[in-house]
Write a protein that binds this ligand. Structure first.
Ligand code: GLA
Ligand code: CA
Length: 771
């Protein structure tokens, strides 16, 4: 059989390796149903750690932490955009020194799995792709666009220079290398994935075991014959089910879950995510009892410092700064009950007594201090351009920060409605300098009412960029105003549309140096938008959590180190400050707040606040006025779903048209009232999946907000997240999706929860489309 041959030839290639020091190096190979380390069966127990999310001073500490947990491998992504901040300028020094990170792993006798992208997802700005790729406006990302492929190749060559001396055949710790990342949730394109494989091999990883990771539901779409296939899934998933298809297609393949999700990431405006420790450990125990390799994503999540947190989609959901992930090791590097429980289990599968975890780093308090210096946002403007049309940040050669778009209005005697198409991401609108309101992409806002104004009045729109989307087709996420701005107004009984032109665009990049320069001539703080500086003194340094719960929205630097983003809506209200970034004596804190604080103070706490939501409105979709009356409506389909995990398709007898898609759950497979639904697609007239990017949740009769099981989870492209009704709410249940515009639909695809028995899965259903 073809697959058998592949596995043997890899084994032979690796077995010939000599180490850099001339001694026989270790060998790593793919054997029959197992990985082989020095020809002995080897179960990979990997801990996913991200070097840019851990201050370099703590790298070794965290590696020792995962070693003490019972892991034998470290798994890491390579984040292209931190290594090539500008086209052609590479940086692998200091905090970016990936080779050093791998050497530290080796020092502690840990193997390494490298995942060099080029796309990595990871809740990281643009999934690791550099923003400057978007200067080529028509670029096709993660496809065989010549410019994209040329830049990928140059980058991977640089990664090769750093890391190929550390492959196992060269006496280093690197045993496996990943090709692309979960391509199945992006598209179907084997030629592209093959081209990435070739680039990675040509970069010098030709003798390291190459693999792909994907979901059990889609891995065959892009699976290449000569790569090992591994599955990604989360805590609670039905493990046999996850590997069933792979076992059928490749009975001799070693089994590996290359991302077993220990917890989940947090989004601004949604509750802190957690996953049960016992469920997580049971999943690992089950895999190990079956000889299945795994990488625990994340074992320690760390922090998305600076502006590096990404955003999820569909439904624009920017990620918070903390990447704690409810992982076994906290964001700040301490043990948790999850850690202890997992360590006990991993001890069972280790023939040696596990080493004790290293000592925890000191945590300190900082007494409340005030921000006494202030400069207005305008002091940070670096450049202004005149342009007939609005331009994106990328077109104006700016990666991150804010821009002010300003123009002169026509007379609007009755006022009007202002539309920003599209606002990426958080816009504040001003009329003659007076604040009118905001257009928030997270809330899917598109328009705002403006009061009556005279000819010649000034409109200003301050747009702040959040992280670029890191998942799905929307990763091509331009910042600023992407298309245009219009006003609809009533002119003596008929509607007029003004397409606003002739803009002055002022750019405010989010650099520390700019903030400091702006503060050179400080004024007294006035609770306005702008730059703030405060200081505090320390006798002893240590980790701490600076509290920003009285602030608006923006970014923070401590002694010049970017700490990350803040936003009053939460759930995160504090920022992690690593002890090594503090010093004895005076410490400086600079804040850029584009909304303005209610009180310009902070305090260093001993514990973070990661779960304090502070919303204007709830995230529920239960407005009674949005509930359709379906009593006399004819369903597009009605029937019974099958029981069990996995996707199911319903084809309508005849196409149905409408803007709103309603699913009514009349009964459940387990006879209980609680319903859950993980993912939903609508099929177009060709039977293809409609894009879900314009989708929003219109209505759900019941949503479990605790745990973020709101209705939008049915189209967030994540199979492990789901809409769930609250316990006690009785059947039937109803969910309504706004498709964004009228569509003709010929069927739906439905995915119940991934857990064993698909809890909450629907039995009798009715589907409706209405206008
Ligand atoms: C996927 C990706 C990861 C990460 C996780 C969610 O598995 O491969 O990079 O985004 O989802 O945390
Ligand atoms: Ca989902």
């Amino acid at each position: 059989m073809k697959t058998n041959l592949l596995f043997k030839s890899l084994a032979v290639a690796a077995a010939l390796g000599l180490g850099a020091n001339g001694a026989m190096a270790d060998t790593f190979a793919v054997g029959d149903g197992t990985f082989l380390l020095n020809d002995e069966p080897f179960v990979v127990k990997a801990a996913e750690l991200h070097y840019p999310r851990i201050p370099k001073e703590y790298w070794e500490h965290r590696i020792q932490m995962v070693k003490a947990l019972g892991m034998n491998t470290v798994c890491l992504y390579v984040f292209w955009n931190i290594h090539e901040p500008q086209e052609g300028q590479f940086d692998f020094e200091g905090q970016n020194d990936i080779a050093e990170f791998c050497r530290l792993a080796q020092k502690h006798d840990m193997k390494v799995i490298v995942r060099p992208g080029p796309y990595v997802c990871a809740e990281w700005e643009m999934g690791g792709l550099p923003w400057w790729l978007l200067k080529k406006k028509d670029i096709a990302l993660r496809e065989q666009d010549p410019y994209f492929m040329e830049r990928v190749k140059l980058f991977e060559q640089e990664v090769g220079k750093q890391l190929t001396p550390l492959t196992i055949e060269n006496g280093g710790p690197i045993i496996m290398v990943q090709v692309e990342n979960e391509y199945g949730s992006y598209g179907v394109d084997k030629p592209y994935v093959s081209a990435i494989r070739d680039i990675v091999k040509e970069a010098g990883f030709d003798n390291v075991t190459p693999f792909q990771c994907d979901w059990s539901s889609n891995f065959t779409n892009n699976g290449l014959d000569d790569l090992v296939w591994t599955m990604n899934f989360g805590t609670g998933a039905n493990i046999d089910e996850q590997f069933a298809k792979l076992k059928e297609l490749r009975p001799n393949s070693p089994l590996m879950c290359s991302e077993f999700w220990s917890g989940w990431f947090d989004k601004w405006g949604a509750n802190h995510e957690t996953r049960d420790a016992k469920d997580m450990v049971e999943g690992i125990d089950e895999m190990l009892s079956k000889g299945i390799s795994f990488s625990l994503y994340m074992t320690h999540g760390g922090t998305s410092f600076g502006h590096w947190a990404g955003a999820n989609s569909p439904g624009f959901a920017p990620d918070v700064t903390s990447y704690d992930y409810d992982a076994p090791i906290t964001e700040w590097g301490t043990v948790t009950p999850k850690y202890d429980l997992l360590r006990t289990t991993l001890q069972k599968y280790s023939d040696k007594k596990l080493p004790a975890p290293p000592k925890a780093n000191a945590i300190i308090e900082v007494p409340q201090f005030e921000f006494t210096e202030f400069a207005p946002l305008s002091a940070g403007v670096q450049r202004s351009t005149q342009s007939r049309d609005v331009e994106t940040f990328e077109a104006l050669d700016m990666g991150w920060g804010c821009a002010v778009y300003q123009t002169i209005l026509p007379a609007l005697p009755m006022g009007g409605t202002l539309f920003i198409n599209d606002s990426h991401d958080f816009s504040q609108v001003f009329l003659n300098g007076q604040y009118i309101g905001k257009i928030d992409r997270v809330k899917n806002d598109k328009a705002i009412a403006i009061p009556r104004c005279a000819k010649g009045d000034t409109l200003s729109i301050l747009v702040e960029a959040m992280g670029r989307i890191n998942f799905g087709r929307a990763i091509k996420d331009f910042k600023g105003i992407t298309d245009g701005v219009t006003i609809q107004a009533d002119d003596e009984g008929h509607e007029v549309t003004y397409d606003l032109k002739n803009w002055t665009i002022s750019l405010i990049p989010d650099d520390y140096e700019i903030a400091v320069a702006a503060l050179e001539a400080p004024a007294a703080p006035a609770k306005e938008r702008g730059y703030y500086r405060g200081t505090f003194n320390l006798k002893k340094t240590g980790d701490t959590f600076l509290d920003f719960s009285t602030w608006g929205k923006g970014q923070v630097w401590v002694n010049g180190h970017p700490l990350g983003r803040i936003w009053s809506i939460g759930p995160q209200q504090t920022l992690y400050v690593p002890g090594p970034w503090l010093k004895k004596g005076q410490n400086e804190v600079v804040v850029l707040d584009i909304v303005g604080p209610t009180e310009a103070v902070s305090v260093g706490l001993k514990e973070p606040k990661l779960d304090n939501l502070n919303l204007e409105k709830t995230n529920l979709h239960n407005n009674p006025g949005d509930r359709p009356d379906l009593n006399s409506a004819t369903p597009a389909a009605a029937g019974q779903f099958a029981a069990g995990n996995g996707w199911q398709t319903v084809k309508f007898d005849s196409p149905a048209t409408g803007r709103y898609l309603a699913i009514e759950a009349l009964s459940t497979q387990n006879g209980k009232d609680q319903v859950a639904l993980a993912e939903l697609y609508a099929l177009d007239s060709k039977g293809q999946r409609l894009s879900r990017e314009p989708w929003t949740a219109k209505y759900a009769d019941s949503e479990k907000e605790q745990g973020n099981h709101t209705a939008d989870k049915v189209y967030d492209l994540q199979e492990s997240t789901y809409w769930q009704t609250v316990p006690g709410a009785t059947l039937p249940h109803l969910i309504v999706i706004d498709l964004g515009s009228e569509q003709t639909v010929t069927g739906i695809q439905y995915l119940p929860r991934a857990e064993q028995g698909a809890p909450g899965s629907i039995k009798d259903y009715k589907v409706y489309l209405y206008k």
